[in-house]
Design a protein around this ligand. Structure first.
Ligand code: GUN
Ligand code: ZN
Length: 435
């Protein structure tokens, strides 16, 4: 059944609440109506005010007892790594060679990519995520498979084909020339098609030759409104390798900058081992870091210092980084982000955590006029949270009548079970089966 309105509690950010969590930046409506039309939010407000204005033809999804939030935004994830998750015993460079590259080779086959893309999107939607910046493999058909599947579900996804012309197995490399041409053709096919957007996707500096770095810079110049996504400063051995491969640069980040890959709409995963000059340069260039806590812990990469990044003005967002990351759930990812910051002596407030996964993610992707909060005119992309999803959550969340405390309990204890439903472009695209 297609609903035209949802009745529920509602929680979202009106603006950036800051790391300490200014509660006035958060709006909470205990009994709200959200009216959808043509895939977008048509009206939203308190039920007692809105109900009398609704026509008899409104089909209401009555979800009282649950909390509607903007669909989550995952700013760094790899769909071809669905089978890489939970791979034992390695750090980044070994992990790539032992687990990741072999898994990505299979995406030369379109049928394999179709199955993986659909499996991936099922997991994403059951976790309440409606927008993500997604790495595909080097194969252009892996991008076609992904966008075909995401558009069929009404999603607004960002994705791109990896470019790598060295230090990867045969079958997983392109060249400076084919990488450029294939990316250009994919931009023409997908960027701005339905809600899809394209990202030029250098895997990371070590897998591109200097001519390929130049070709990607040219592509970026020719397409100023296209995204760029890559990895930087994740792991110490990786950084040492970049210093050998690209001598004469001030830093790893400077390599991307030198080739014109640091700009607005450029998302760099990890950014753990940046220095003050790098962080300042990120802000000046308009590039943004994606903090991937479950991956950083699992691959043993390090502790991302959120406070330092925010002090430098970086527009930080959060990514699951499947399959280095260990959960598709943005709630779980926020829970781990909290723990990483605790180890650094900082408390990540629930308000700021909510912001990171919604409006902050949207802002990092320059999509905050379309998604990230529940406002008339924005897309009707929502995650419906269930504060009583498990006996433990039910017991814990009834203790205090405070929506941000409830959200904190959800990000600490919740996962896909806490997502009662997910809506994309005004359609219910996932509903949790009742246990
Ligand atoms: N650096 C280069 N490729 C990857 C990848 O697939 N995952 C992670 N976490 N880091 C990378
Ligand atoms: Zn990654």
């Amino acid at each position: 059944m297609t609903f035209t309105a949802i009745r529920s509690a509602l929680l979202h950010c009106l603006r950036d609440p800051g790391l300490a969590g200014d509660a006035s930046a958060i709006e909470y409506l205990p009994d709200a109506i959200t009216v959808m039309r043509d895939g977008r939010v048509h009206a939203v407000g308190a039920a007692d005010a809105l109900l009398p204005t609704l026509g008899a033809d409104v089909r209401m999804d009555d979800q009282r007892g649950r909390m509607l939030a903007p669909g989550f935004v995952d700013t760094h994830v790899h769909y071809p790594q669905v089978d890489v998750i939970a791979s034992y015993g390695t750090q980044l460079l070994d992990w790539l060679n032992r687990y990741t590259f072999p898994a990505e080779l299979a995406f030369a086959e379109r049928a394999h990519a179709d199955v993986a893309a659909n499996f991936f999107l099922d997991r994403v939607l059951e976790n309440g995520t409606t927008t993500a910046a997604v790495f595909c493999t080097v194969h252009p058909q892996s991008v076609d498979a992904f966008f075909t599947a995401s558009e069929a579900r009404g999603l607004g996804m960002i994705a791109g084909k990896c470019l790598m012309d060295r230090h990867a197995p045969e079958g997983l490399t392109d060249t400076a020339d084919t990488g450029y041409r294939d990316s250009k053709a994919l931009i023409e096919r997908w960027h701005g098609h339905a809600r899809s957007r394209y990202a030029i996707t250098p895997r990371f500096a070590p897998t591109s030759t200097l001519p390929q770095m130049q070709a990607m810079g040219r592509l970026a110049r020719e397409h100023p409104d296209v995204y760029i996504q890559s990895h930087v400063a994740e792991n110490r051995a990786e950084i040492a390798w970049v210093n050998e491969l690209f001598p004469g640069h001030r830093s790893y980040l400077d390599v991307y900058d030198h080739y014109g890959l640091l700009r607005d709409r450029a998302i760099y995963a990890h950014c753990i081992h940046l220095d003050d000059a790098d962080r300042a340069r990120m802000t000046a260039a308009g590039a943004t870091p994606s903090f991937c806590p479950t991956s950083n812990l699992f691959i043993g990469s390090g502790l991302y210092n959120l406070q330092q990044a925010l002090a430098a003005g970086n527009a930080v967002s959060v990514g699951t980084d499947i399959g280095g990351g260990t959960s598709y759930s943005m709630l779980r990812t926020l829970g781990e982000a909290y723990k990483v910051q605790q180890l650094l002596g900082t408390s990540l407030s629930p308000a700021y955590a909510l912001y990171l996964a919604t409006l902050g993610g949207a802002r990092a992707l320059s999509l905050d006029d379309e998604i990230g909060s529940i406002m008339p005119g924005k897309f009707a992309d929502f995650a419906l949270l269930d504060p009583a999803a498990t006996p433990l959550l039910a017991r814990r969340t009834t203790l205090r009548d405070d929506p941000l405390d409830t959200f904190f309990a959800l990000m600490t204890l919740g996962d896909d079970r806490a997502i009662a439903a997910t809506y994309a472009s005004g359609r219910c695209v996932h509903r949790r089966a009742m246990p």
